[in-house]
Design a binder for this molecule. Sequence first.
Ligand code: AMP
Length: 270
Amino acid sequence: MRLILLGPPGCGKGTQSQRLTEKYGIPQLSTGDMLRAAVKAQTPVGLKAGGLMARGELVPDDVVVAIVADRIEQPDAKNGFILDGFPRTVPQAEALDRMLKDKDMRLDAVIELKVDEGILHQRIAKRVAEMQARGEAIRADDTPETLEKRVHAYRLQTAPLVSYYSNHDLLRATDGMASIPEVSAEIDRLLGKGKTAVAAAAAVPRKKAAARKPARRPGAARKAKAAKAAKAKRARRKGAAKATGRRAAAKRRPARKTRRKAINKAGRRG
Ligand code: AMP
């Protein structure tokens, strides 16, 4: 299973990704987490990304694409993954398409968590409070001002992915305003619904599928044969009726009412 969770900051992507990770036994690939780790470790990528992240701006496409390309090569991602926070721009989505195509892999679905922007501030405030309660360090970009910028970046650069994946027939939208268990149940339902078609497509390697003959409708040949036999039977009957003159005789035979009248008349006469 290869999934993307799409939605603005604070929509619940992280929470749902973690649950899906447990359910399907596939890793959650959060570019935000990977970049934060790089910043912490002060790697060249981290040094490049740190300032941009703190300002709520996106890290350049080539940097993030390289990180993801490297990550999906890891053995734990062989059977699938959940992308959380990637892709965030159309060029990133196109790069992902190329990456997967090269590996003869495909995405199964893109889950969009739809939320009212008004609630994002409350959610981030809640996340900050929870992190503080656990004694964890607060994210540098979880401030009201930076959140505003991140939401703006989402609207401008990431929201176009909704139509991108809708055009690719991969988008499944869900109401991210519902409670966590409700959103989880809806995601399960959406994945279950798409599974048959997705699994069927995945079961047939693409090249073989293209070479296959178009499927015949079940029973079409049998129906055509039965119709032909019925037609032949009707023709035989018609021929036999003609030969015996039965039809002509039937035509000449007066109707029942007329015959009775004639009998009565004859009786009266007799
Ligand atoms: P997140 O944890 O997903 O909210 O990401 C935190 C920050 O990391 C974002 O505001 C961006 O600065 C950066 N970031 C994460 N993922 C990407 C991405 N796919 N493209 C560009 N920047 C990203």
